[in-house]
Design a protein around this ligand. Structure first.
Ligand SMILES: [Zn+2]
Length: 244
């Protein structure tokens, strides 16, 4: 949650309000502007009271400044890790924090565990003035975005780009170029952004994972694009609609 006390939305300062019941004790996730930054997950049944406001810290939101959104996303990832790292995945023993680290060590078998951050690729495929956007059935009506997917065992990020484009659309790509990345805390991904050129093939979608894939151009855009602060939108704005 954030506070609207100062007129704009900001991270709350000071003690937790009396009505805020948390799932576990707040933890310190770092120091921000000389002060400790604490994170806690509110219980679902908590009724948030004014001047505090519920905030999901997702990238569709245009109401938060970049720093607040980033800190909120980082807190979400850390709380997710803490929530999912109570027990050893090897023997079921209790995990203990490794000092000065987010890692944990098993009290029973001594195996060590570190935060699970999942690498993903996201790619804009271009063909002359056209670019490829896809649509998943669960997305908001009219929304199109870029091809994306999780890295698999043994793959380079560039091989992942080739495989995801091939699997999702039947196309082959060339000239794969890394353009930037974004931490994606839903719950814990690292999105690596690429631009690639169409090489060969005819568009084919399976109708399950993807509902549709189409070539668009500046003059013909879908009804809706990804949120402004997602890497997907940044790549589209810069490499499809811009001059990069
Ligand atoms: Zn263990």
């Amino acid at each position: 949650m954030v506070t609207a006390a100062s007129g704009s939305l900001a991270l709350p300062e000071g003690e937790l309000p009396d009505w805020a019941t948390v799932q576990s004790e707040p933890i310190c996730i770092g120091v921000w502007q000389g002060r400790p930054l604490m994170a806690a997950a509110l219980r679902l049944e908590t009724v948030i009271q004014e001047p505090f406001v519920a905030e999901t810290f997702n990238f569709a939101s245009d109401t938060l400044d970049d720093v607040t959104l980033t800190l909120g996303g980082m807190a979400k990832q850390i709380l997710h890790w803490e929530w999912h790292s109570c027990h050893c995945s090897r023997c079921g023993g209790t995990l203990e924090q490794i000092p000065a680290s987010w890692g944990k060590s098993c009290a029973a078998c001594r195996s060590e565990h570190f935060p699970h951050i999942h690498p993903c690729i996201i790619v804009l495929v271009r063909r002359g003035d056209e670019f490829l956007l896809v649509r998943k059935p669960e997305w908001a009506l009219g929304r199109y975005s870029l091809i994306a997917g999780f890295l698999d065992f043994g793959e380079s990020l560039e091989e992942c780009v080739q495989r995801e484009v091939r699997e999702e659309t039947g196309l082959e790509v060339a000239n794969i170029r890394y353009v930037g990345s974004q931490s994606w805390p839903f719950p814990s991904q690292m999105m690596a952004g690429f631009v690639a050129e169409y090489a060969s093939g005819e568009l084919q979608v399976d109708g399950e994972e993807l509902e549709d894939a189409q070539w668009f151009c500046r003059q013909l855009l879908p009804e809706s694009l990804p949120g402004r602060r997602s890497i997907a939108r940044w790549i589209i704005d810069k490499y499809a609609l811009g001059d990069a």
